[in-house]
Each structure stands twice: as structure tokens, then as C-alpha cells.
Ligand binder design. Structure first.
Ligand code: FCB
Length: 443
């Protein structure tokens, strides 16, 4: 195989998440989620934006599948809204909610697009939050029941099931900085939540497999490599320490069966309650792992984060550094016994504007993606088993606390009219998929 060619069955795709695109927040029996409550609370989201309408995907899903066909996507990663199918989090099922996902999946199959389904992309039903949310162990059991329900209905067509998207963002941003729903700033709660997310992942994995033994179960972790500002022993040590503290809280329990000592020391009096048997439950063998990669942290000996002079930064303030993706894939591949990997998110936010010709010229996004595809291919040649790549995102959408102010899409969304326009990066990506290679394409 030529080095610039990807394997024949490589799954090129794009990703979205329910709350970021669906809208229809109170239609057809959908229950309230913590993101509805949070975005409706004044002062929480940039410009007071909400996901009430978002990209109106709940009504425009057919048009969106047509868009995926135009891109030639081989896979589509999306999440289901728990409160759309179980408005109260448990118990009463909302048939219209389930039907929505059933139709979506059916049509994806007709279009020959492999669905990758994420059960939890941050939108806990508000009723469960009112009972204590992830701080309560019972929420993990409710999650497993929800997982079983979804697999029973869709498992004949959906082969890839992800329990959680980015447990570390849920923990740190939802419960320590408070910038995401439910907006807590309490480390004691945060670490208990972190553990319960892991318990829910374990119970959810069991429930997925019990409901259908033929499907693949996995989880999506976001990882930001910590790289030293220089080769000095001090900088290297500081970077290693930073990685251990920030990035191993979920990797270690899932793939090594224990929490990392460095994190334990940091947690101190906020140590969560852990029951006998929990670690084995969490460390079940997975069929795949999803990695979300956007950028890296550069650390100096004092433990401080450094901006790199001459580096490019995105609208999110994230450094563009594609080689860090390859280095990180190689590192985790050697440090953990990993199942097949999917890049489940990668992409960049830039200031996109519609030009006079009606197009969106986004050469920086093309460069960003191209370089990350190349680095992934190089990691594969280094021996890392990557099976697919989901660009974030299929279309511009509600970027959580930052509302609609940040655009990540391959498709531009005009929020006033809901018109979708493929950006240059979308056209370019379609070409990559068609050729199944990257290097030789010139923009
Ligand atoms: C990730 C989230 C995704 C999106 C990107 C930019 O952390 O999983 O929903 O917001 O960041």
C-alpha cells in the first residue's frame, strides 16, 4: 500500500452532537436536559445563545443526510438525546423520540453511511439532575437502562456504540470551572462524578453487550498531549507530570484498571467513594476507543502553560500542532493496551465569512485537516491501529458555553435562514474521501 493511501475500509466521517445541532428542545415530548436549563439561565452562554433551535437538525435531518452524501462520508458520528427518548431520564419512553433516531439510522444505512452512536454527549435529563445527577450512583444505573433501550431498538443497524463523550470535560468544566452544565464549582462533587461516570461506562458497556452481542462498545476520550517547552530535564519532567495529572484520570482506570496515583495525590480529601468490584467493572475490554484531538499544551519547568511564538492559533485560542497528534498516538499506543482507535473528533474553528461569490474560503481549515490526516497516517505507519476519522464538525453548530460564536463546520450554517453551504474545506474533504489519500492533493 502506498504511504499516502489510507486502507480501503478506512471510515472517513464527520461528527455532531445532539444538543449542538438538533434544536426542537421542547417538541414531540422531549424532556428538559441540563443544557436546556443551563442555556436558559442568563449569563451562562455567550450572547445568550441557546440550543433551542440550533441547526434545526431535528427537522432538517434529511437535508443533512443529503449533505453527508455530497461529502461522500463513509461514517457519521452523532449522539442521541437521553431526554428525547426518556423525558424523565428513566421509566416512561417517548416513542416519537425513539422514532426520530430510528428514521435517521434507517436513512443513513440506505445512504451507506456507517452510524457511530454516542449515548451521552453531556445532556443529562434535568429530572435526574434534580435528584443529584452524576453525584448519585443511581444515575449510572439509569444510564445503563437507557443504553439497553437504545441498543435493543437500533443495535440491528448501529454497530458502533459509545458510552460517553469526554468524561474529563464533563468533570472539569461541568463541575470544577463551572463553564458547562450543570455549572458546579466543587471539586468534591467533581471527583465523585468522575467515578460515577466510569461506573456508568462499565454498566453501560455490559448493558450494550447484553442487549446485542454483535455490536461494538467503546468510549470517547479527549486528550491534550503535554509537551515540554524545551529538551531540558526540568521541562520534560514538568510536562510528564502535567500529562499524568490532567490526562490519565480516565485512560488509567479504563485501560489499566486503577486510578493514577498522581491524580489521587491531587484529589486528597475529595477522594470519591469507590465500591468493591468497581475497578474491574470499569476496565472491561472494549472493542474500540475514540480519541478527540484538537491541540496540545506546552509546559515549562515551573508547570506553566506556554504560548509558542510563531505558532498558529485557532479562534478557540488553541495552538495548531499536527505532529503532536502523531506523537501522542504513538505514546498512548505504547503505554496502554488499546483496542482499535477511531479519531472521533478533530477540527478547527476559524473566522468564516461568506464571500462575494457566495462561497466560504477556509484555507486554514483545509491545512489544519490535511496536516492532521497526514500525521494520523504516519502514526498508522508507526503501528497505531486507526480505523476511521470523524471531522468535527459536519456543520457549524452550538459550541456550548460559546454559543454560535465559534464555527467548526465543513458546512457553513446561516442561523437566520438555516441555509447550509459547503465550505471549501468540505469540497476538499470530499476529494480526500474519494481518493482515499491526502498528500498529493494541492489546494
Ligand atoms: C469537544 C466536544 C465537541 C465540540 C468540540 C469543539 O470537546 O466534544 O462537542 O464542542 O470540543
Amino acid at each position: 500500500m502506498q504511504n499516502n493511501k489510507f486502507p480501503q475500509d478506512f471510515l472517513w466521517g464527520a461528527a455532531t452532537a445532539a444538543y449542538q445541532v438538533e434544536g426542537a428542545w421542547n417538541e414531540d415530548g422531549r424532556g428538559e436536559s441540563i443544557w436546556d436549563r443551563f442555556s436558559h439561565t442568563p449569563g451562562r452562554i455567550t450572547n445568550g445563545d441557546t440550543g433551542d433551535i440550533a441547526c434545526d437538525h431535528y427537522h432538517r435531518w434529511e437535508e443533512d443526510i443529503a449533505l453527508m452524501r455530497r461529502l461522500g462520508l463513509k461514517a457519521y458520528r452523532f449522539s442521541t438525546s437521553w431526554s428525547r427518548v426518556l423525558p424523565g431520564g428513566r421509566g416512561l419512553i417517548n416513542p416519537k423520540g425513539l422514532d426520530f433516531y430510528d428514521r435517521l439510522v434507517d436513512r443513513l444505512c440506505v445512504a451507506n453511511i456507517e452510524p457511530l452512536l454516542t449515548l451521552y454527549h453531556w445532556d443529562l435529563p434535568q429530572t435526574l439532575q434534580d435528584e443529584g445527577g452524576w453525584e448519585n450512583r443511581s444515575t449510572a444505573h439509569a444510564f445503563a437502562d437507557y443504553a439497553a433501550l437504545m441498543v435493543k431498538r437500533l443495535g440491528d443497524r448501529v454497530k458502533y456504540w459509545t458510552t460517553f463523550n469526554e468524561p474529563s470535560v464533563i468533570t472539569y468544566i461541568g463541575f470544577i470551572t463551572g463553564e458547562h452544565a450543570p455549572g458546579f464549582q466543587d471539586p468534591r462533587v467533581a471527583y465523585q462524578v468522575a467515578h460515577h461516570l466510569m461506573v456508568a461506562h462499565g454498566l453501560g458497556t455490559q448493558a450494550i453487550r447484553a442487549a446485542n452481542a454483535d455490536v461494538n462498545a467503546g468510549i470517547v476520550l479527549n486528550l491534550w498531549p503535554a509537551e515540554p517547552a524545551s529538551d531540558s530535564v526540568e521541562d520534560v519532567a514538568a510536562a510528564n507530570k502535567y500529562w499524568e495529572k490532567q490526562e490519565t484520570l480516565f485512560l488509567d482506570p479504563i485501560f489499566k484498571g486503577h486510578y493514577p496515583p498522581a491524580v489521587y495525590n491531587m484529589v486528597g480529601p475529595n477522594m470519591p467513594k469507590i465500591q468493591d468490584g468497581d475497578m474491574a467493572l470499569i476496565a472491561q475490554q472494549l472493542d474500540f476507543v475514540g480519541i478527540n484531538f484538537y491541540s496540545r499544551h506546552v509546559i515549562s519547568s515551573t508547570g506553566e502553560l506556554k504560548e509558542i511564538e510563531g505558532s498558529e492559533y485557532t479562534e478557540m485560542g488553541w495552538e495548531v500542532c499536527a505532529p503532536a497528534l502523531r506523537r501522542m498516538l504513538v505514546k498512548i499506543n505504547s503505554e496502554y493496551n488499546l483496542p482499535p482507535i477511531f479519531i472521533t473528533e478533530n477540527g478547527a474553528s476559524f473566522k468564516d465569512e461568506v464571500s462575494a461569490d457566495g462561497k466560504i474560503h477556509d484555507p486554514r481549515r483545509i491545512d489544519y485537516l490535511k496536516n492532521h490526516f497526514i500525521q494520523t497516517r504516519l502514526a498508522m505507519l508507526d503501528g497505531v491501529d486507526v480505523h476511521g476519522y470523524m471531522v468535527w464538525s459536519l456543520m457549524d453548530n452550538f459550541e456550548w458555553g460559546l454559543g454560535f460564536s465559534k464555527r467548526f463546520g465543513l458546512t457553513y450554517v446561516n442561523y437566520a435562514t438555516q441555509q447550509r453551504v459547503l465550505k471549501d474545506s468540505g469540497e476538499w474533504y470530499a476529494e480526500v474521501i474519494r481518493k482515499n489519500e491526502v498528500w498529493e492533493y494541492h489546494t
